[in-house]
Design a protein around this ligand. Structure first.
Ligand code: NDP
Length: 284
């Protein structure tokens, strides 16, 4: 038996199509949504992410503003740009591509983005709202995880979910969102004792560890759903996930590939959040 493949390209295309339709409605009624992206430094991966974000904006009819700074930009310059974008009624979303150069306090920068335009969902106000089940901007990668499960009609309510990883951008919010969907959630991390036995109980496994093929087929319950958030580069230059896909695919009931799984969902959810912000701002 082989698991059904949860195709992130298909699902992200669907999310972007919906975002484009809603962006067109915004445009026809008042104005198109607008996303401002700030990048500082020359991290090659960040440059690729920012380029892909701009491309997705074009696809969805979202106006994109880009502000690129060199690696020696000062905190003050970034803060004053964010101040002016916060005050600009024509801007719906602001994001600062991480990582920032090491002399910049990342938390200070992300916290200066007003929560109503924090389409990355990293601001403490949005984190608090998410935990208390209020409407807010949810971080894009974990939001994408939930969308994938829903798109495939994989039941979450009442199921046992195990999230491996507890980072602020993936593991913790993924756990909070699964809980909000009424799963019974366990979060594992580097100090977890008996990881294999815990993962084995899961109907839904979310792997966000950052270690290639860390979750092996023998750790999985027959028929479980596996969402692999990991993006790792192997010594031969290939991209692989946190799950040993080749073997896990014979045990799981549904599984995301890497690449082509969660990866494309992150930008699609960013488009969704930007359009949501625009609709709220325009009262649509
Ligand atoms: P972090 O490094 O911030 O977190 C990794 C987590 O894994 C930590 O909580 C850590 O535990 C846990 N961990 C490490 N070793 C073990 C172990 N032996 N057993 C159990 N848990 C362990 O990574 P991120 O959350 O930022 O990212 C995770 C992966 O997802 C990466 O591969 C990253 O590239 C990818 N990613 C993909 C995105 C996408 O768009 N698809 C977006 C963001 C990330 P502890 O807290 O105890 O240290």
């Amino acid at each position: 038996m082989s698991a059904q493949i949860i195709d992130g390209k298909e699902i992200s295309a669907y999310i972007k199509r919906k975002a484009a339709e809603e962006a067109a409605v915004c445009g026809s009624q008042k104005r198109n949504p607008c996303l401002a992206v700030i990048i500082a430094g020359e991290d090659p991966a960040s440059l690729i992410y920012v380029r892909n974000k701009r491309k997705a904006c074009e696809e969805c009819g979202i106006r994109s503003l880009q502000y690129a700074f060199g690696p020696d930009v000062s905190e003050g310059e970034l803060l004053s740009l964010i101040d002016s974008l916060n005050a600009d009624d024509g801007v719906d979303g602001i994001l600062c591509q991480l990582p920032l150069p090491s002399h910049i306090d990342e938390a200070k920068i992300t916290n200066s983005i007003c929560p109503e335009k924090d389409v990355d969902g990293f601001h403490p106000v949005n984190v608090g709202k998410m935990l208390s089940g209020k409407d807010c901007f949810v971080p894009c990668t974990p939001a994408g995880v939930i969308e994938m499960l829903k798109y495939k009609n994989i039941e979450i309510s009442g199921k046992r979910a195990v999230v491996v990883g507890r980072s602020n951008i993936v593991g913790k919010p993924a756990a909070a969102l699964l809980l909000a969907e009424n799963a019974t959630v366990t979060v594992c991390h580097s100090r977890t004792v008996g990881l294999k036995d815990i993962v084995k109980t899961a109907d839904i496994v979310v792997a966000a560890v950052g270690k290639p093929k860390f979750i092996t087929a023998d750790m999985l319950k027959d028929g479980c759903a596996v969402i692999d958030v990991g993006i790792n580069r192997t010594p031969d230059g290939k991209i692989c996930g946190d799950v040993d896909f080749e073997n896990a695919v014979h045990v799981a009931g549904a599984i995301t590939p890497v690449p082509g799984g969660v990866g494309p969902m992150t930008i699609a959810m960013l488009m969704h959040n930007t359009v949501k912000s625009c609709k709220m701002r325009l009262g649509l």
